[in-house]
Ligand binder design. Structure first.
Ligand code: HEC
Length: 245
């Protein structure tokens, strides 16, 4: 029995190692500085999201007023800062774009982004939004290091500027992209753009599980309650056993 489980464990480890090797050639993902308790950052990210992403992508499971509730924003401010195109605070973040048209324009309809942070992970998103590069062979003139032949245009290029790939030959003589270099500056410096994308990713992570904010603030109280309960039960136990002994 023990031998068998050891063997399974060993095979599991072997498989794990295999995947580590296999991903050796993939692009390194930068660590996203996510902190969904940073309210200002999530709000900035939400503003970016409705301004730059919502014209193509929906977030059909996210209601504007949920955002308002979690971040302490009233309906009036929600309307002024976040809601375009005649939506109401109780509406979800949908887009007017017809999916069939979208498919014709982009090759693929832009997917709903409500839970994309859970599907892709924050680091992937953070890297993806900073990895577009010029590629004349693509319909929008850009490609992406972590999403080869992506159908999405680089919608933030005015802010980030434009990048060209740095191409080198690997040991087998294949040309590989080893990095990106800026060929046109944007409205933001690279540091400003990184911080801007970090806020956006922070918002996407929050949106993937809005209840987490509540859970995180509830957690310490639950632990405190359990601790107090433990104390009471311990004293009770002592009281009961006093007479038994
Ligand atoms: C002009 C339309 C358009 C805009 C604006 C746009 N996207 Fe996209 N996006 C697309 C399309 C089309 C795809 C599908 C790409 C594919 O599958 O090849 C996509 C794909 C993605 C993906 C990959 C989803 C997945 O898991 O496959 C992410 C993440 C993403 N977009 C994030 C964003 C964010 C964040 C913004 C706002 C800064 C944004 N997009 C703005 C068109 C758009």
């Amino acid at each position: 029995m023990i031998k068998k489980s050891l063997r399974i464990l060993f095979l599991g480890l072997l498989a794990l190692q295999g995947t580590v090797w296999a991903s050796g050639g993939e692009v390194h993902l930068d660590k996203a500085p996510v902190d969904i308790t940073d309210r200002e950052s999530v709000i900035r990210g939400a503003e970016t999201f409705v301004r730059y992403c919502l014209n193509c992508h929906s977030a059909a499971y996210m209601r504007y007023n949920r955002l308002g509730m979690d971040l302490g924003i009233d309906d009036k401010e929600l309307m002024a800062r976040f809601i375009y195109a005649g939506d109401k605070p109780g509406d979800t973040m949908t887009v007017a774009m017809d999916p069939k048209m979208a498919k014709a324009w982009f090759g693929t309809a832009p997917p709903d982004l409500t839970v994309v942070a859970r599907a892709r992970g924050a680091d992937w998103l953070y890297t993806y939004l900073r990895s577009f590069y010029l590629d004349p062979a693509r319909p929008w003139g850009v490609n992406n290091r972590v999403f080869q032949d992506v159908g999405m245009p680089h919608v933030l290029w005015r802010l980030q500027g434009l990048y060209e790939p740095v191409v080198e030959k690997d040991e087998n003589g294949h040309e590989v992209i080893t990095g990106l270099k800026q060929v046109q500056t944007g409205l933001m410096s690279p540091e400003e753009y990184d911080a801007f994308v970090a806020d956006l990713v922070n918002y996407l992570v929050y949106m993937g599980e809005p209840a987490r904010l509540q859970r995180m603030s509830l957690g310490p109280w639950v632990l405190l309650y359990l601790f107090v309960l433990l104390l009471v039960l311990y004293l009770l136990k002592k009281e009961y056993w006093k007479d038994v002994r």
